[in-house]
Write a protein that binds this ligand. Structure first.
Ligand SMILES: CC(C)(COP(=O)(O)OP(=O)(O)OC[C@H]1O[C@@H](n2cnc3c(N)ncnc32)[C@H](O)[C@@H]1OP(=O)(O)O)[C@@H](O)C(=O)NCCC(=O)NCCS
Length: 295
């Protein structure tokens, strides 16, 4: 049975997501990478628009879950996970169909998501629904203590952002991604575990960056690709001042400036992923996503 998800289930659904991810990553030799986290983003988006949340039930058990968000012309599949024991029996296809209706209802013509590079099943399923693999993206990690010295000469000024900066921050998304995601910024700026910054170059605001309490950098956006290096380096420096053991960032394969810095710092690829979409979009040399669900 398929039905819309309820708000009081969002916590519980994360256990299904984690079990499904770890089953997949262990099978492919990456080990157990996921752990249950508070569904802060899911709850925020559910309150705004519950139309993209669905579950599949089998005899009273929840065995599948999908969550998509829509913003302007962009529909994004943030989560689609089936219990390992029932994979390959058509549940993913049905949930995907339902969330694609959410795209139609929202009037979003651009459809995208990020999936695991090594998952032939998910990529095949998305290709069958007109969404094609376009861009490699990888989660990079490094031990905080082993981070090397600063590698980029130019420096940008970082000023802590607040709720009144949402519109200007969203304008950088509009420029890099084609959609202004004010709600995403409200969610991040509301989260005590995140710090957002506006970046300036000689007094002109040129982008934004977030650093999480976990040591994760992103999302990050700049107005000019030549500023990506100093922006990413500056954000890594802020993350390196924290007390967490590891630093991480989710880097697009075409964002050479950020990849060069990651390599200089001896960051390691923890998880290779791929952006899948019905048509090309995004200036990925000017934008670093936060993670596969938030983008
Ligand atoms: C990916 C996932 C959501 C798919 O759901 P599912 O219920 O297992 O899949 P379904 O049975 O509905 O559909 C399987 C489809 O995958 C495709 N597929 C399977 N193996 C394939 C392969 N080797 N090559 C290409 N396509 C393949 C086919 O299109 C198939 O549909 P078909 O049999 O009608 O042709 C599910 O397997 C899962 O949760 N995997 C682990 C987590 C994950 O990767 N989630 C996606 C994150 S974005």
């Amino acid at each position: 049975m398929f039905r819309p998800a309820r708000a009081d289930e969002l916590h519980r659904l994360q256990a299904l997501v984690v079990a499904s991810i770890n089953d997949l990553t262990v099978r492919h030799g990456f080990g157990e990478l996921a752990s249950v986290r508070p569904p802060t983003f899911q709850e925020f988006m559910f309150n705004d628009d519950p139309g993209g949340f669905f579950v599949a039930e089998d005899d009273g058990d929840i065995v599948g879950y999908a969550f998509s968000w829509a913003c302007g012309d962009l529909w994004f599949l943030a989560e689609l996970f089936i219990a390992p024991r029932l994979q390959g029996s058509g549940i993913g296809r049905e949930l995907l169909r339902r969330t694609l209706r959410h795209a139609d209802q929202a009037g979003a013509t651009m459809r995208a998501l990020v999936t695991f590079t090594f998952n032939t099943v998910s990529q095949g399923l998305y290709i069958r629904h007109g969404m094609f693999p376009r861009l490699p993206l990888s989660m990079f990690t490094v031990e905080r203590k082993t981070l090397t010295k600063s590698v980029s000469g130019k420096q940008l000024e970082f000023r802590q952002a607040g709720p009144t900066d949402v519109v200007v921050m969203a304008s950088f998304d509009k420029s890099a991604l084609g959609v202004a995601r004010e709600n995403h910024h409200r969610c991040l700026l509301n989260d005590p575990a995140m710090r957002g910054f506006l970046l300036s170059d000689g007094g002109t605001c040129v982008g934004y960056a977030y650093v999480a309490q976990t040591g994760h950098v992103g999302p990050l956006a700049v107005i000019d690709s030549r500023l990506m290096g100093p922006a990413f380096e500056g954000a890594l420096r802020i993350a390196a001042d924290g007390a967490w053991a590891q630093l991480s960032a989710f880097l697009p394969g075409s964002c050479e400036a950020s990849l060069r810095i990651a390599a200089e710092h001896r960051m390691r690829i923890a998880l290779p992923m791929v952006l899948v979409s019905n048509r090309a979009f995004g200036a990925w040399d000017r934008y670093l996503p936060r993670n596969p669900g938030f983008l």
